[in-house]
Design a protein around this ligand. Structure first.
Ligand code: TXA
Ligand code: MG
Length: 341
């Protein structure tokens, strides 16, 4: 676990325009000084991410939101009181003094105050707690988000040639999937819009602001975490309904394909190359999900099959990530079921 000297050293690196990876309660972030466009550009280069995709700005507890956002709706204050620090990102109109590089040129800004103690110490040490750390998840564009320091090293290396100058270790991320993103930038016309489901649910919002958020529409700002193909390991992933799983396994075996299987209970009779049991509860499942996908990706299988979890509201964030990881299930399956020639 990173101690205060490591955290202070990381803060100095950020202040000098370098990249630092740090733990949050959701996933690990790849951080840069949000007010330094050259430093933000290094994030895009290291991730291989298109530069028109906005990045979330992380703030210390009690930071002055008015320095970052303008025309702040009153709902924002209520949501901040209820859910910060925590896994919630709020999109608002960007203050004019904040460089647009961090927003991919859009006139909005995504703000979040993380609850992880190492993230909070880093935010307090960086620019005496008055700065913002721009940080997307610390993975290559489109790949599975990291939930341990080891995952970040696997993505970017840690040698002297790595663009990531320091990786702060904070253990395994507690929540395990990325923050809920709520767009409050067009309250007058659209009301609150849910851009990415997560641990903070629509019902949680309704309890605080008295209404459920709308689903994203075509006019919503682009969020890379909302692209169809995202959060994916290199091995093709398919989602299989529990009742279809035995037949799919049998067909893949008959076609000579190596299968890595993830489900909430261990399979008993099937012939698989690798298998992993995930927890029964949504919180436990989210906590383990990305580490499991990474482990299955190393199993040298032709395909990763994830047994579809329940569709209840508390599984919404998980189902969203799984759908994107498995965005072409039908195509993958038909290719793999053709005989090997
Ligand atoms: O839990 C998380 O949110 C993690 C940790 C590190 O905080 N971060 C994360 O960042 O998942 P990233 O970049 O992988 O996903 C953030 C999403 C992206 O899809 C991005 O497009 C969207 O937030 N986003 C950021 N600022 C935005 C803005 N101004 N308008 C619309 N979407 C925005
Ligand atoms: Mg990401």
């Amino acid at each position: 676990m990173a101690g205060q000297p490591d955290i202070d050293a990381a803060a100095r690196l950020l202040e000098s325009g370098e990249l630092v990876a740090f733990p949050t309660e959701t996933v690990y972030g790849l951080g840069a000084d949000a007010e330094n466009p050259a430093a933000v550009a290094k994030i895009y280069a290291a991730k291989g991410r298109p530069s028109n995709h906005p990045v979330i700005v992380h703030l210390a507890p009690g930071a002055d939101i008015g320095r970052w956002a303008m025309s702040i709706p009153h709902e924002a204050g209520a949501l901040i009181d209820a859910f910060w620090p925590g896994p919630l990102t709020l999109i608002m109109k960007r203050a004019s003094a904040i460089p647009s590089a961090v927003s991919g040129g859009q006139d909005t800004i995504g703000l979040r105050c993380p609850s992880h103690p190492v993230a909070q110490s880093l935010l307090r040490a960086f620019k005496a707690g008055k700065g913002g750390i721009a940080a997307p998840s610390a993975n290559k564009f489109g790949h599975v988000s990291p939930t341990t320091a080891r995952h970040v090293r696997d993505e970017f290396g840690d040698g002297s040639d790595s663009a990531v100058r320091c990786i702060l270790d904070g253990g395994q991320s507690e929540v395990g999937i990325e923050s809920t993103i709520l767009d409050l930038s067009r309250m007058d016309s659209l009301g609150p819009v849910l851009l990415r489901p997560g641990h903070v649910s629509p019902e949680d919002f309704a309890r605080v602001i008295g209404r459920l958020p709308a689903s994203p529409d075509a006019a919503a700002p682009r969020a890379s975490g909302t692209l169809d193909a995202h959060y994916a390991p290199r091995t093709p992933v398919i989602l299989a309904a529990p009742d279809r799983l035995p037949a799919i396994l049998q067909q893949l075996n008959a076609a000579g394909r190596k299968v890595a299987l993830m489900r909430r209970m261990l399979p008993h009779s099937s012939d698989v190359t690798a298998q992993l049991a995930l927890p029964m509860t949504p919180h436990g499942y989210a906590h383990d999900l990305y580490a499991a996908l990474r482990a299955m990706d190393l199993a040298d299988a032709d395909i990763i099959i994830v047994e579809a979890p329940p569709r209840d509201a508390e599984w919404q964030g998980i189902n969203d990530r799984l759908r994107r990881a498995a965005h072409d299930s039908a195509g993958i399956l038909s290719t793999l079921l053709k005989p090997i020639v």
